[in-house]
Design a protein around this ligand. Structure first.
Ligand code: ZN
Length: 309
């Protein structure tokens, strides 16, 4: 983003809104967590994939007919792909729930462990190729649903609680969360991180999250934003954050929120009020609307089309 002028004022106004800043920080915490979980989930899936291939010889057979995810859904795929389907289901913690087969390229299950992982994720992962392209919801759902993550029942409720927090954040129509909500979120987050304290890539994560939750994003003087590196105060330290970085945090979260709205629109489960509120927010924040209004318009058109039919 460019600095100075109207853009900076908009950013300052947003960051001075405490509940919006909370929303942003909570979202950023989930990204910090995702980054730490990424190498762990990748390695786990790789081992799980190898274990399956070692254990069941028929999973080594190549697909016989370029099966499509629709073929899997309607159980008309080739035998080898149908074997994969039944193995995936047998390792799913809720095999009776709707699986998002459209995430997957069945013929690649044999050779690519992340294609296997995507079967346990929420929709919208078809374009994803590797673990580091996954958003927080994707990795949390993978951990929740695939039983290669040997978490016992008492722990799986913690994973589900964090998924609920993530959903509350992404479904918040005004992109605001209260201090009260943040307190509960912090407890959930800490308990989740402690579940994985044996994982090497999680080392230092608790500290990073504490720092993020403690940072004060409110800025009183516009000159501070014009300074390329802002010093933001936390309880114990000051911490340099570039305004560009904060803008990137916002962009990542808005992208995820738009994706969520798009899915709701496709499922016809969207409250159009949510769309209006986001539209209004983008109108007031020209710096963000430049980037996102095209996508928002596409969703509005989708909703309008559905109304006609
Ligand atoms: Zn096949």
């Amino acid at each position: 983003m460019s600095r100075g002028g109207a853009m900076s004022k908009e950013l300052v106004l947003r960051l001075n809104n405490r509940n919006y800043a909370n929303w942003l920080k909570a979202g950023q915490c989930l990204y910090i967590l995702t980054e730490a979980l990424c190498p762990f989930t990748d390695e786990k899936m790789q081992n799980f994939h190898q274990y399956l291939l070692r254990d069941m010889l028929h999973l080594r057979e190549p697909c016989q007919g370029r099966c499509h995810h629709e073929d899997i859904k309607h159980s008309r795929a080739c035998n080898w792909c149908l074997h994969w389907k039944s193995v995936i289901l047998s390792h799913h913690r809720q095999p009776n729930s709707m699986l998002n087969w459209e995430n997957c390229t069945p013929a690649a299950w044999r050779t690519n462990h992340w294609e296997l992982a995507k079967a346990y994720m929420p929709r919208g992962q078809a374009h994803v190729r590797t673990a580091d392209q996954c958003d927080p919801s994707a990795l949390l759902n993978l951990i929740n649903f695939c039983d290669c993550f040997a978490i016992v029942n008492v722990h799986s409720s913690l994973v589900r609680e964090l998924i609920r927090c993530r959903n509350a954040l992404m479904h918040s129509a005004d992109m605001h969360v209260t201090d009260e909500w943040m307190k509960k979120f912090k407890v959930t987050l800490t308990r989740f991180v402690q579940l994985f304290d044996h994982v090497p890539s999680m080392a230092g994560t608790e500290q990073k999250l504490t720092q993020m939750l403690a940072v004060d994003l409110s800025i009183c003087a516009i000159d501070v934003v014009d300074d390329p590196e802002m010093e933001l105060a936390t309880d114990s330290v000051t911490y340099n954050v570039m305004p560009e970085k904060i803008f990137q945090w916002e962009a990542d979260l808005l992208q995820e929120r738009l994706q969520e709205l798009k899915h709701m629109a496709e499922d016809e489960t969207m409250d159009t009020n949510q769309l209006k509120m986001l539209e209004c927010f983008l109108q007031q924040n020209k710096d963000l609307s430049e980037k996102f209004s095209g996508q928002l318009q596409a969703i509005s058109m989708l909703v309008a089309e559905q109304r006609k039919t």
